[in-house]
Design a protein around this ligand. Structure first.
Ligand SMILES: Cc1cc2nc3c(=O)[nH]c(=O)nc-3n(C[C@H](O)[C@H](O)[C@H](O)COP(=O)(O)O)c2cc1C
Length: 376
């Protein structure tokens, strides 16, 4: 009989293999898959290839999968017919299969619920006639509105669409939801002063600008079971404005995060492009670290994990680079954050998590953009 050791063999395995919890959910380890739009779902329906794409990664040890952004049921939510939708009978039946297969492979999975707001180009599917909508009808970087400033009716419709999608997620077997509040899409357009020029109660100071997102969180919280996890993803940076910031100081960040926490967020996913960068002067904490310090909530970090050449050399044990795996593991051990989301490295290699957890670091290959071409 072959003896199989259940003991993690490396420091990386030992630290990354520890389970953690998000509200009522136990995540089997600290590796999450970052949400990545793939646009392989014709008619907005995720098919068998999407289910095996995610379950392959769960089988190889990804503890928590955050799906690609998927549109909530509002006509202006998206602009592609091949990006999956999280409403409609056929679409939800496809998603139910995805969740089932990921569970069968031992993973947990949450859909990332998405409304793109002013990023939408009018005339695009799935609802070609729907206008682009946002807090003030402004695209990022624009001074003149090109879309519709949302009315109270629009706000209520979108809040309802998020709540319905979350209810559907629970009904069809997902383990929680992630609300996409990052990267300059609708919720972030409210959070950021550059796109939110409203003079009603949804605009003004950071707390007022957070009101819409907090109302969505509260509506979702009310709709789903009390122990069903709600993750909120946010970022300082925006598509088309990498240097944009919601908060220049921890105090400003707290003004945004506190109302979201109070409304019922269980975990924050602090999206940065490079996880090792300190967020504010005078501390080494990154954005996820500050988020955990300010809110006490479970926190996910992300940004170039496994992409940096030094990181790979660190994994392989050749020297100890400043930005390598050891720093990341130190931060996890200090409980600065709880989970590490991996994006492109997991596109490159579906086996990435297994290789890291088994200590097979020398088998990791650098990311190449060609990994985007298929759903392998
Ligand atoms: C192809 C691709 C699609 C992405 N789509 C989304 C998305 O739908 N939602 C989201 O919040 N972030 C999205 N992102 C950002 C990733 O979730 C992640 O934050 C980013 O890639 C940094 O992580 P990485 O360096 O490990 O790739 C996407 C990134 C890539 C590369």
């Amino acid at each position: 009989m072959t003896a199989i050791s259940a003991e993690p063999t490396s420091r990386a395995a030992r630290i990354l293999s520890r389970p953690t919890t998000i509200n009522g959910l136990t995540v089997p380890n600290r590796i999450a898959m970052a949400p990545m739009t793939r646009a392989f779902s014709p008619g907005g329906v995720p098919g068998a290839d999407v289910a095996s794409y995610y379950s392959r990664r769960a089988a190889a040890g990804v503890g928590l999968i955050v799906t690609e952004g998927t549109y909530v049921g509002h006509d202006s939510a998206g602009q592609s017919d091949s990006i999956p939708r999280f409403h409609g009978e056929e679409q939800l039946a496809g998603w139910a299969k995805v969740a089932e297969e990921v569970h069968a492979a031992g993973g947990t999975i949450v859909p990332q619920l998405w409304h793109i707001g002013m990023v939408r180009e009018q005339g695009q599917p799935p609802y070609a006639d729907a206008p682009a909508v946002g807090p003030s009808g402004l695209r990022i970087g624009a001074d003149e509105p090109t879309g519709k400033a949302m009315t109270q009716r629009d706000l209520d419709d979108v809040i309802g669409a998020f709540a319905e999608a979350a209810a559907a997620a629970e009904r069809i077997g997902f383990d929680g939801v992630e609300l996409h509040g990052a990267h300059g899409y609708l919720l972030d357009q409210f959070l950021w002063e550059g796109t939110n020029r409203r003079t009603d109660s949804y605009g003004g100071d950071p707390v007022a600008r957070t009101k819409f997102a907090a109302e969505i969180v509260a509506a979702v919280r009310e709709t789903v079971s009390p122990d069903f996890p709600i993750i909120f993803r946010y970022s300082q940076w925006k598509q088309e404005a990498y240097r944009a910031r919601l908060a220049e100081t921890p105090q400003e960040l707290e003004a945004v995060l506190a109302p979201l926490s109070a409304a019922g967020v269980d975990a924050f996913h602090a999206s940065t492009r490079r996880y090792w960068l300190p967020e504010f002067d005078g501390s080494d904490l990154n954005l996820a670290g500050w988020t955990k310090k300010l809110t006490g909530k479970t926190t996910i970090t992300v940004g170039s994990v496994g992409l940096d050449g030094d990181f790979l050399r660190g994994f392989a044990g050749e020297g100890s680079p400043v930005k390598g795996i050891d720093d990341l593991l130190d931060s996890l051990e200090r409980e600065e954050f709880d989970l590490v989301a991996v994006g492109r490295a997991l596109l490159q290699d579906p086996q990435w998590a297994a290789k890291v957890l088994d200590g097979r670091f020398e088998e990791l290959a650098p990311y190449e953009a060609s990994a985007l071409a298929t759903l392998s």
